[in-house]
Design a binder for this molecule. Structure first.
Ligand code: ADE
Length: 337
């Protein structure tokens, strides 16, 4: 299986900004940064952020020396902001040590680096014989073996098998070949078995319905939460605040808003301002769907929650949920890329 996969990868590897030509030693900083960005984020969405980060902070030492607010603002729109906070912590720890540690085991001790990322950095940057099995690779194995046990047990089996299969001479290529096969051929819907290098070995294909795998339990529906966000405007400026450092959207710029609750009642607008209802934005968080009513007012500063005025022409750095809200007010929170 491994030779067929690697031959296919030699022909079909995606060209991505964090990849080097074959045979070129990879910079652990770029490998690590891309792997953190690609957790929970698609390749096309992460790519411009990777370019922006590496041009602004070309080394781990440069990132370690950055101001927290600048990094959080540059991360805005990538979501899962605990990743950005850990990214900075990790960069500072690595800069203090002088370099990234080179083994999977030591990488695991750094902030924000779990088993997958440690394996990926060790294999891709340092050539250690470690596996890096992401969701794409798991799907490939689940189909190849037509795994019928429950998904938690199947994932354990896949992890063990992948560790055995990693070729000592090309661990990084093995990891990225599985990712690419899962992302481009062995896709969740309508896998393209006609071009798959493993089709002759694939048990799910032999059974006739590869899409049937992986057998994952149905996800529980996300509950809905409701809230209101306030676009307070005065002479070309908007009132923003910085959220508390930890918790949801921790450390990020934000519009003032009510609590987000199970029912709409109880989040009445503050102040005596003349509120105009602009509409509602919806946003998906990990544990709930948010329905956020957006209200706007031209206001004096009476009763404003703690914050600061920001020019309405420079609202970059807002997380997506608030970017959607300011868009309803005809303002943009996106840097033109
Ligand atoms: N997803 C996570 N890591 C990746 C990588 N190195 N290449 C492509 N997709 C990925």
């Amino acid at each position: 299986m491994v030779p067929a996969l690697l031959t296919w990868f030699g022909r079909s590897a995606r060209i991505l900004p964090w990849r080097e030509a074959q045979g070129v030693r990879r910079d652990p900083y770029r490998v690590w940064l891309s792997e953190i960005m690609l957790q929970q984020t698609t390749v096309p969405h992460a790519a411009p952020y990777f370019a922006a980060f590496t041009s602004r902070w070309p080394t781990v030492a440069a990132l370690a020396a950055a101001r927290d607010e600048d990094v959080m603002q540059a991360w805005a729109g990538l979501g899962y902001y605990a990743r950005a906070r850990n990214l900075l912590k990790c960069a500072r720890e690595v800069a203090a040590r002088g370099a990234f540690p080179e083994s999977e085991t030591e990488l695991r001790t750094l902030p924000g680096i779990g088993p997958y990322t440690a394996g990926a950095v060790a294999a891709l940057a340092f050539g250690e014989r470690t596996p890096a099995v992401d969701g794409n690779a798991e799907r490939v194995f689940a189909r190849l073996l037509a795994l019928k046990e429950d998904w938690a047990a199947a994932k354990k089996r896949i992890a063990l098998l992948a560790r055995e299969l990693v070729p000592a001479d090309r661990p990084g290529a093995f990891a990225e070949a599985l990712m690419d096969l899962g992302a481009t051929v062995c896709t969740p819907k309508k896998p393209n078995c006609a071009v798959c290098p493993l089709t002759a070995l694939c048990a799910a294909r032999a059974e006739g319905d590869p899409e049937h795998y992986p057998l994952k339990p149905a996800k529980a529906a996300r509950p809905v939460r409701y809230g209101r966000a306030y676009v307070l405007r005065r002479t070309g400026h908007v009132w923003l605040l910085r959220r508390a450092p930890s918790g949801l959207l921790g450390g990020m710029l934000a519009l003032p808003s009510s609590d987000w609750r199970e029912a709409r009642e109880g989040c009445e607008p503050p102040l005596g301002a003349a509120w105009e209802r602009l509409g509602e934005v919806r946003h998906v968080f990990t544990h709930f769907n948010l329905h956020l009513e957006v209200l706007a007012a031209e206001t004096t500063d009476a009763g404003l929650p703690e914050g600061f005025w920001v020019s309405a022409d420079d609202l970059t750095g807002l997380p997506s949920v608030f970017a959607k809200a300011v868009a309803l007010a005809g303002l943009s929170a996106r840097r033109k890329r």
